[in-house]
Design a binder for this molecule. Structure first.
Ligand code: GLN
Ligand code: ZN
Length: 765
C-alpha cells in the first residue's frame, strides 16, 4: 500500500498558543513547568490531528519552542561559551541564544538569525569555534519527544536536520575562522549516538533533512555526504532506517552526491516546486529504495490539485510499485497556517479554494488511498475536481482594467528624472540634513494598547472616528519621543498597521485576508499573510492620511513608509495560476500611485521596504535567478520612479548578505538604503567601496530582534568600523529594522545611545 507522510507540522497551535505561552514565560508570567506542559499539550494535539486524518507516517521532533536549528545547537552541545558560562537553566540558555538575555546581571546578545532558504521563516545560525567539540545533550530532545508520543499511542518518525546541512548552514563565530564543514568528523559520531538512542527507544525510521542539496554546493560540502552517510550505513540495524529529505528545489544538479545515500531507506523530493525532477530521481533510486513524493505544498495555502498530484504519483507507482512510494507534503507544513476551519469570514466561494495544515494532512492521506484505490475516496476526488473548476472559472481572478494598464507600462516609467548627483543636490537643499543623519526604519512599539484599540475597531466596538483619534494620539506620541531623542528624519511609527504586508493587502483589490492564518516567522513572531486571489489594483490611497497628519505636526522631515511590490508579493500567499512577475507588476503600479500621492501631500522622503527581495532569489545561480532579478528590480523602479528629483527614495532590507546580488540592489537606484548589519561583520560593507557605490547607506547599528539595550560604546565602535568602509557623507545611522516588537523603554534606551553616538562622530568630522 502507498503510505502517507507529513514532514513537519506547524508548532504554534490553532490560536498561536505557543506564542502566547512563550511570551508569558519571557515576561515572568508563566512558570517554566507550565511552558513545558503547554509544549507537550500542543505536540499531543498535533499528533492526534494527523492520526485522525489517517496519516501513516507522523513526524516527531518537528516541534520547537523557538527554532529547530537552535534545538540542534543545544542537542549537540554546540552552545558558544558566552551562553554556557552564564549558568542559566537549559531552557533559558536556549532562549538566550534565540533572543538574547538581559536580566539578573546577565547581558548576552542573541545568535545570528537568518532566512530559512527562500521562505520567510528564520533560523538561528549554528555559530562554531575553531576548537569546536560536539557531544550529545543529556536527555536528547528527539528521543524524549519520540517516547512522549509513543507513550500517548503515536508511533512517530523523528525528524533531524542532517549533519551536512547543520554544518553548511552554520558559520564561524566572531574571532574564529573555522570552515564549519571541516567539523564533520567530530559531529558524525554524535549523530550515530543519537540515532542509536532513537533506535533503542523504538524508532524504526528517521527523517533526516538535508535541504542544502537544493543549493549549488561547494565541493567541500558535496564531498561531506559520503563519509557521513557511510558512517551511518556502517551501523546497519543498530540505527533506524533513514529517509533523506530535500525541499524547496530540485536536486538533479547534485545527483553525483546520491551514491552517498545508497544504503538509506529512501529519498524525499519536492515535486511541487520541481515536478520535472520526478523522472530523473526515479532512475537514481536503488532497487529497494523508497520515494517520498512531496506533492502537497508545504509553502502555500491552495487546495491540492488531486488530478495533477495523482499523475505524478502514478508515474512513481508504475516505476517502483506501491510499496515503495510515500505520498508526502513537499516540505514541513511549518510554513502554512494551522486550520482553514478557523476562517469564518472568507467569501464562501473562495473558502473552497484553500487548504491549511489540518486540511493538507487529510489531502496526503486521501491521495495515498487514491493512487491505488480511487473508488474508496471517490467523493473526495469529485469534490476536489469541482473546486478546481470553480476557481479556474471564477470572475474574481480576472480584472480587464488591470491588464489594460499593464499593457501600457513603458520603459521610461522605470527611471527617475535625473541621475543621483543631480537628485542629491536638490534633496540636500530641500531636506537640510546633518552629517550622519539619524532615522529609524518605520515602526515603533506595537503596544498592547494599540492592539486592544485595533481589536475594538475591527469588532465594531469603537467608531472609525474614535480609532482615527487614537491613532493620531499614537502618532503625536511617536513624534514627541523623536523630538526628545533628537532624531533627524522622523517616522510616524506605523501604529495603524497590523503588519507591513497585510495592511496593504487589506487596502488592495485582488486580495482576501484571513482572521487566523498565522505562520511562524521567527521565535514567537508570527505573520498572517494576505492571499492574492485575483488581479491587483488600488481603489484609494492607503497611507496618505497618517503620513500627512504626521508631517503636519512634525518639525523635521517625515518619512513616508510603504512596503515594496516584491515584499508584498513574497509575504503574501501568491496566486499559483499567474506568473509572479505579473502579480508583482500589478502591485508596483498600485504602489506607484501611492508614492506619487504621498509626494503630492507633502511627503518628500519615502521609504519603500523590500526586505523580501533577497528571499525571492532563486536558490541557485542561472537563468531563473537572472529573470527574477530583472522583474523584481523593475517592479521596485516602477513603483518609485514617478517622483521629482527632490524627493528622496529610501529602501530597506533586513539582511546583510547581499554580496551575491549587489548589482541588483544597486540597480534599484534608491537614494538611501538601510540594511541589517549589526550582527554581521562590518567588512561586508567593503563591497560598497569596491563597487564605487555612489548613493547613501544606513547599515543597522543595533539588533532590534533582541530586547537588549547596547551601551553607547558599542554604537561608537560599530560606527567606527563602518567608517572604514563608507564615506562619511554616505553614512546614515539607523537600527537594523523596525521597532514594532520592542518595548518603549528598550527603544528609548537604544535610540538615545544611537543618537549620542551619531553626534559624537558629527563632531569628529
Ligand atoms: N517599515 C517596516 C517597519 O519598520 C519595515 C519592517 C521590515 O523590514 N521587516 O516595521
Ligand atoms: Zn527590516
Amino acid at each position: 500500500m502507498v503510505q502517507s507522510s507529513v514532514l513537519g507540522f506547524p508548532r504554534m497551535g490553532a490560536l498561536r498558543d505557543l506564542k502566547k505561552a512563550n511570551e508569558a514565560y519571557w515576561a515572568d508570567k508563566l512558570s517554566q513547568a507550565d511552558l513545558l506542559a503547554e509544549g507537550k499539550r500542543l505536540r499531543l494535539a498535533h499528533w492526534k490531528i494527523q492520526k485522525d486524518a489517517g496519516v501513516d507516517i507522523i513526524p516527531s521532533n518537528d516541534f520547537s519552542f523557538y527554532d529547530h536549528v537552535l534545538d540542534h545547537i543545544q542537542l549537540f552541545n554546540a552552545v558558544p561559551e558566552r551562553y554556557t558560562s552564564q549558568k542559566l537553566s537549559p531552557l533559558d540558555e536556549y532562549f538566550a541564544m534565540g533572543r538574547g538575555h538581559q536580566k539578573g546581571g546577565v547581558d548576552v546578545p542573541a545568535l545570528e538569525m537568518v532566512k530559512w532558504f527562500d521562505s520567510n521563516y528564520h533560523y538561528v545560525k549554528p555559530t562554531l569555534q575553531d576548537n569546536q567539540t560536539f557531544s550529545l545533550a543529556e536527555d536528547p530532545k528527539p528521543v524524549r519527544e519520540f517516547l512522549e508520543a509513543k507513550e500517548a499511542g503515536f508511533q512517530t518518525r523523528p525528524v533531524l536536520l542532517g549533519p551536512v546541512s547543520f554544518l553548511a548552514l552554520g558559520k564561524a563565530d566572531r574571532g574564529s575562522s573555522v570552515d564549519p564543514i571541516t567539523l564533520l568528523d567530530k559531529l558524525v559520531p554524535v549523530y550515530v549516538q543519537l540515532l542509536k538512542a532513537l533506535k533503542a527507544a523504538g524508532a524504526e525510521s528517521v527523517q533526516i533533512d538535508e535541504p542544502v542539496l537544493v543549493f549549488d554546493l561547494r565541493p567541500e560540502v558535496k564531498s561531506a555526504f559520503k563519509p557521513a552517510y557511510e558512517a551511518f550505513a556502517a551501523e546497519g540495524s543498530a540505527i533506524p532506517s533513514l529517509v533523506v529529505a530535500t525541499y524547496f528545489g530540485d536536486i538533479v544538479h547534485n545527483f553525483d552526491v546520491l551514491p552517498a545515500f545508497s544504503q538509506v531507506q529512501g529519498l524525499h523530493v519536492d515535486l511541487v516546486r520541481n515536478p520535472e525532477q520526478l523522472e530523473p530521481v526515479l532512475k537514481q533510486l536503488g532497487p529497494s529504495q523508497i520515494l517520498s513524493a512531496g506533492v502537497v505544498d508545504g509553502r502555500n495555502i491552495w487546495k491540492n490539485n488531486f488530478q495533477k498530484s495523482l499523475n505524478l504519483l502514478q508515474t512513481a507507482v508504475k516505476a517502483l510499485g506501491p510499496e515503495r512510494v510515500i505520498v508526502a507534503t513537499s516540505s514541513s507544513l511549518l510554513h502554512t497556517p494551522h486550520t482553514l476551519a478557523s476562517e469564518k469570514k472568507l467569501p464562501a466561494d473562495v473558502y473552497e479554494w484553500f487548504s491549511f495544515a489540518c486540511e493538507k494532512v487529510k489531502e496526503v492521506a486521501i491521495l495515498a488511498k487514491a493512487v491505488t484505490a480511487p473508488e474508496t475516496v471517490r467523493a473526495e476526488l469529485d469534490a476536489n475536481a469541482a473546486a478546481m473548476k470553480a476557481r479556474a472559472e471564477s470572475t474574481r481572478t480576472n480584472d480587464p482594467k488591470v491588464k489594460e494598464r499593464q499593457a501600457q507600462v513603458t520603459d521610461a516609467m522605470h527611471h527617475r528624472k535625473s541621475a543621483f548627483e543631480t537628485r542629491y543636490a536638490q534633496q540636500r537643499k530641500h531636506l537640510n540634513l546633518p552629517l550622519f543623519p539619524t532615522t529609524t526604519i518605520g515602526s515603533f512599539p506595537q503596544t498592547s494598547e494599540i492592539r486592544v484599540q485595533r481589536n475594538k475597531f475591527t469588532k465594531g466596538e469603537i467608531t472609525e472616528q474614535e480609532y482615527d483619534d487614537f491613532i493620531k494620539k499614537e502618532i503625536d506620541l511617536a513624534i514627541q519621543i523623536q523630538d526628545e531623542l533628537g532624531l533627524d528624519v522622523y517616522v510616524h511609527g506605523e501604529p495603524e498597521r497590523n503588519d507591513m504586508v497585510q495592511y496593504f493587502g487589506e487596502r488592495l483589490q485582488g486580495y482576501v485576508f484571513t482572521t487566523h492564518a498565522w505562520v511562524q516567522s521567527y521565535g514567537s513572531r508570527c505573520v498572517r499573510p494576505p492571499i492574492i486571489v485575483g488581479d491587483i489594483s488600488r481603489p484609494a490611497p492607503m497611507t496618505v492620511k497618517e503620513s500627512k497628519y504626521a508631517a503636519s505636526v512634525s518639525k523635521k522631515p517625515m518619512k513616508g513608509m510603504l512596503t515594496g511590490p516584491v515584499t508584498c508579493l513574497r509575504w503574501s500567499f501568491p496566486r499559483d495560476d499567474v506568473h509572479q512577475s505579473v502579480q508583482c507588476q500589478q502591485l508596483a503600479l498600485a504602489l506607484r500611485d501611492e508614492v506619487i500621492d504621498l509626494e503630492k501631500n507633502g511627503i518628500f522622503v519615502i521609504q519603500v521596504d523590500e526586505p523580501a527581495l533577497r528571499e525571492g532569489l532563486p536558490l541557485r545561480k542561472g537563468p531563473e535567478r537572472d529573470a527574477y532579478l530583472k522583474w523584481a528590480v523593475n517592479s521596485f523602479k516602477l513603483a518609485t520612479a514617478g517622483v521629482e528629483d527632490s524627493t528622496q527614495i529610501h529602501s530597506h532590507f533586513c539582511y546583510s548578505e547581499f554580496q551575491d546580488f549587489f548589482h541588483a540592489i544597486a540597480a534599484l537606484d534608491a537614494d538611501v538604503l538601510s540594511i541589517e548589519n549589526s550582527k554581521s561583520d562590518a567588512k561586508l560593507l567593503k563591497v560598497f567601496i569596491d563597487e564605487a557605490y555612489p548613493r547613501h547607506i544606513g547599515p543597522g547599528v543595533y539588533d532590534i530582534h533582541s530586547p537588549r539595550v547596547p551601551p553607547e560604546s558599542e554604537f561608537k565602535q560599530r560606527i567606527q568600523e563602518m567608517l572604514q568602509y563608507l564615506r562619511p557623507e554616505q553614512l546614515w545611522i539607523n537600527p537594523d529594522c523596525g521597532l514594532k516588537t520592542r518595548k518603549w523603554d528598550e527603544v528609548k534606551g537604544a535610540l538615545t545611545h544611537m543618537v549620542n553616538a551619531a553626534k559624537y562622530f558629527r563632531e569628529q568630522y
